[in-house]
Design a protein around this ligand. Sequence first.
Ligand code: CAA
Length: 259
Amino acid sequence: MSYQNILVNPQVRPYVALIQLNRPKELNALNLELMGELRDALKALDADEQVRVIVMTGNERAFAAGADIKQMAGRNAIDMLKIDQFTTWDQIKKTKKPVIAAVSGFALGGGCELVMTCDMVIASETAQFGQPEIKIGVMPGAGGTQRLPRAVGKVNAMEMALTGRFISAEKAYALGLVNKVVPVELYLEEAFKLASEIAQLSPIAVRLAKESVLKSFETGLSEGLEFERKNFYMLFATEDQKEGMAAFIEKRAPDFKNR
Ligand code: CAA
């Protein structure tokens, strides 16, 4: 598939794919076209047997500076309703393989929200996160008021959404929004390292573990525990479970086959 607004490398490392948002002049502002391509690319990589983990990145200056303000500015509410841009986001959210965001520079508005749809986040020391929509007369619309409080707690989410202030990578780490902060020259490599570590594990176990963690945001504890338990039991139907446990007992490295 050829894309105009993103670059896709399905094998940047063994079993690891890379998606790079690629509208550098606009600081990777997320227009409808880019989001549609991102959805299509994630769907294709999700279906690709040679891909186990996906890294999503922008460039050093910006992961993404938010939804494309110039594209939205003249629209009225009915236009917005008809275009319903966030349906694309719902589809992106359904990606089954782990997605790691590698963030440098601005991750603002929809850019910060896109980071939060990813499963793990590696940030460069220069990364800045924020929900500045309030400064342009609107508010977060792609999950900022819902995922942010779950990630950083109520008061921090309120401060970000109600003032539009940015937070540094260091603060984002302290608040639990990112997994690790590294110097700018290392953020992509660090994301590949994390991706490669996960890519060596049983893809079916990884998939069900991701699904179970995400379930915890949607359910109460009892229902979530029930869901987790069924996924745990289901893994005993896989060859990878037999291989993983046999390898432990035989004191050797496992060779997972995704079966
Ligand atoms: N949409 C469209 N264009 C954008 C953009 C955006 N979100 N962010 C930056 N750009 C464009 C700028 O207009 C500029 O283009 P021109 O050269 O043609 O003028 C170019 O990218 C470079 O930006 P700046 O000159 O502004 O760069 P800067 O370093 O001075 O400032 C910035 C960087 C602080 C990120 C500033 O660009 C900014 O505040 N951007 C907007 C951030 C924002 O409000 N994001 C939220 C959008 S709404 C949203 O995301 C809704 C949602 O929930 C989905």
